[in-house]
Structures are given as structure tokens and as C-alpha cells.
Design a protein around this ligand. Structure first.
Ligand SMILES: C[S@@+](CC[C@H](N)C(=O)[O-])C[C@H]1O[C@@H](n2cnc3c(N)ncnc32)[C@H](O)[C@@H]1O
Length: 337
């Protein structure tokens, strides 16, 4: 018998997200790092709340797989211990915080975006959402990207062998999650991040923290407007770049990548790929909706669309490599003949 229960689960999706977000906001998972347990009474005292809300928060967090319970005590699940404790290498809380602060309320007006085909999270008078120099937003957005992409980079490195490459150009590399993860894994690799000037400053801080200033550099530039992309690299990465733009912009950018690579050079497009039927998976289709909220022409594309555009730009041997990560479910890789 078909029931409306799946619909109630969708309704509760908002409640689940907000439960996660408030746990991150209160530092719940960071406080429980390293196996510490907390009872309802202790949580009420520690967070300055009554026992009723403390009981509800801990129970809901456990129901979502964020906490586990033994006896009267709650502790971090493995998921929270690895990804929601601040300071851990694959900390995901910055994405939770950014989404909570900057996309959650705009999503409330999604009907407006559907009717007007305009973004909701930034002023459309600006050239693009990336132009902001507000230091708080720079920190929050690019830290969110970093916390999504650090694990994505690890999954990509396990699915695609970068062993033959020596010099990586990360186009729109943000704060540097991919170059940092890849250079830590691959001693032969050096990397350049190409991004807007205010983002390069954030990347340089992250590169220095990782002790990689001798192998990773950040170059300020505009990948749409500069005469050419920097050359001297044998692999180009585009992670969560092409979903920000329309097809014509993406085809032009792929042509510039082709020109910047030597013969035999590789291109790697890391994205949440839509299936060919355009029915899912939900993380790709919903990221597409998020691109409606956050960009002016962006959407999530299928692997086949990228393969076609790559072929038209002159690349060969295009193929999709599947993996499982928050920022991508696969990469489309190809090479310049
Ligand atoms: C969605 S973020 C992806 C960041 C990174 N690749 C990752 O996956 O974590 C898009 C990036 O493209 C950069 N960007 C946008 N327009 C750009 C332009 N015209 N030139 C250079 N970088 C740009 C933004 O500053 C931002 O860092």
C-alpha cells in the first residue's frame, strides 16, 4: 500500500537539517570529541537550557545518526567524530554553518527564483556571487567550500590516479582543498590555484597552515576574462566550477583549458553529476536547484553532457569515474591528444 510517509520524511528534512545546524552552532560535537559522554542533565547545565529541550536535542541528534547512546550518556557517532569536530582535517561543519546562515532563508523564497530565474543569495547587480570582498562572507563561503572539498579531494584521489601528473592547475581552486589534499598524498605533485585575488589570500593562509608553500601557489586571475589560463601544467582540475555557469560559458572555459594544456595533458571535471534521464540522484538534482538559488546561469549537468562538450573542445578518451563524496559523485576525465 502506498502511504504518505515519504512526504512526511521530506517535511522532516528541514527539521533534521536544523537539528544538525544547531548542534554545530552550539559546538555540541566538538565538545564531545574523543569519546566524551553527556547526559541530559549535564547538557542542560552545559548549554544553559532546561532539561526538556536538552532531552529533545540529544534524542533527535541520536535519531539522525549524529550521537550514540549507552546508559544515560550520549557520545559522538563515528560520523560526528570524524566530520563535525572542529579542527579535524575533514571537518564538514563549515558547510553546515554556511548553508544555515546564507542559503537556508533564501531557499524559503524558492518560488520567487523559479518564477524570475534569478539568484536569491546575492545582489544580481554584482557581476557574480564570487565578487564579494566582505571579509566575513569570504571566510564563511570559502571555508564552507574547503570543508566540502577536502573529503571530495580524498575520494577523487582514490578513484583517479594522479600518479602520472607533475603540475596541477586548479581552476577556481578556492581556498585550496584539492591541491592541499592531493599534494599531501602525492609527493611528486606541485599545484597552482587560479582564483580571484581576495580568494587567493584565503588560499595562501590554508597552504601555509598545511606547510605546503614550496609546492602549492595561488595566482590571482579571472578564468573567464583573462587572455589565457596559466600554462606549464599537465593536469587541469575544475571542481564545482562548471555547475556555476551556463553551457556557453562552460564550453568557452573548456576551450581555454584545452589551449592551456600540452599534448597528453589531462582535464578532470569533479561534480555532482546528474543521470542521463534527468531523474537524480537527489544530491545532484537538488544541488541543481541550489544553483538556481545561488547563481545566475548555473545548473548541475550529466556526465554525458560534459563528455560531449569535452569532445567538442578537442579532448579525447573522455570517461566518467564514479565515487562518493559530498561535493561530487564522480569526475569526467579526458586528455588533449
Ligand atoms: C563553487 S567554488 C569551487 C571552489 C573549489 N574548486 C572547490 O571545489 O572547492 C567556485 C570558485 O570559483 C571561483 N571563481 C568564480 N569566478 C571566477 C573567475 N571569473 N575567475 C577565477 N575564479 C573564479 C570562486 O572564487 C570560487 O573559489
Amino acid at each position: 500500500m502506498i502511504t504518505p510517509t515519504p512526504l512526511m520524511q521530506l517535511v522532516a528534512g528541514v527539521w533534521g537539517f536544523k537539528t544538525l545546524a544547531v548542534g554545530v552552532e552550539f559546538g555540541l560535537f566538538t565538545r564531545l570529541a574523543g569519546g566524551r559522554t553527556i547526559t541530559v542533565t549535564e547538557a542542560a547545565a552545559e548549554f544553559g537550557m532546561d532539561e526538556r529541550p536538552a532531552d529533545l536535542l540529544l534524542a533527535a541528534s541520536a535519531s539522525l545518526g549524529l550521537l550514540e547512546k549507552s546508559g544515560a550518556g550520549y557520545r559522538n557517532s563515528e560520523l560526528a567524530e570524524q566530520f563535525l569536530v572542529e579542527g579535524r582535517p575533514y571537518y564538514f561543519g563549515a558547510q553546515v554553518r554556511y548553508s544555515d546562515l546564507h542559503t537556508y532563508l533564501p531557499w524559503h523564497r524558492i518560488g520567487e527564483a523559479l518564477r524570475d530565474n534569478r539568484p536569491l543569495t546575492w545582489d544580481p547587480q554584482q557581476q557574480s556571487m564570487f565578487d564579494t570582498t566582505d571579509p566575513k562572507l569570504v571566510a564563511e563561503f570559502w571555508d564552507a567550500m574547503f570543508s566540502t572539498s577536502r573529503f571530495t579531494a580524498r575520494a577523487l584521489a582514490e578513484a583517479y590516479d594522479f600518479g602520472a601528473h607533475r603540475r596541477l592547475l586548479d581552476v577556481g581552486g578556492g581556498a585550496g582543498a584539492f591541491p592541499i589534499e592531493l599534494c599531501q598524498r602525492l609527493p611528486q605533485l606541485q599545484a597552482t590555484i587560479l582564483d580571484l585575488p581576495h580568494v587567493c589570500a584565503r588560499a595562501e593562509e590554508r597552504i601555509a597552515e598545511a606547510g605546503l608553500t614550496d609546492r602549492v601557489g595561488a595566482v590571482a586571475g579571472d578564468f573567464l576574462a583573462d587572455p589565457a589560463l596559466p600554462d606549464g601544467h599537465d593536469v587541469i582540475l575544475l571542481s564545482m566550477i562548471l555547475h556555476d555557469w551556463d553551457e556557453a560559458t562552460n564550453r568557452a572555459l573548456l576551450a581555454r583549458c584545452h589551449s592551456a594544456l600540452p599534448s597528453g595533458g589531462a582535464i578532470v571535471i569533479s561534480e555532482l553529476l546528474l543521470n542521463d534521464e534527468r531523474t537524480g540522484p537527489p544530491e545532484a538534482a537538488l544541488m541543481g536547484m541550489n544553483m538556481l538559488v545561488e547563481t545566475e546561469g548555473g545548473k548541475n549537468y550529466s556526465g554525458t553532457e560534459y563528455v560531449t562538450w569535452l569532445g567538442d573542445a578537442g579532448f579525447v578518451d573522455a570517461r566518467v569515474v564514479a565515487f562518493d563524496a559530498p561535493g561530487a559523485n564522480g569526475a569526467v576525465v579526458a586528455r588533449r591528444p
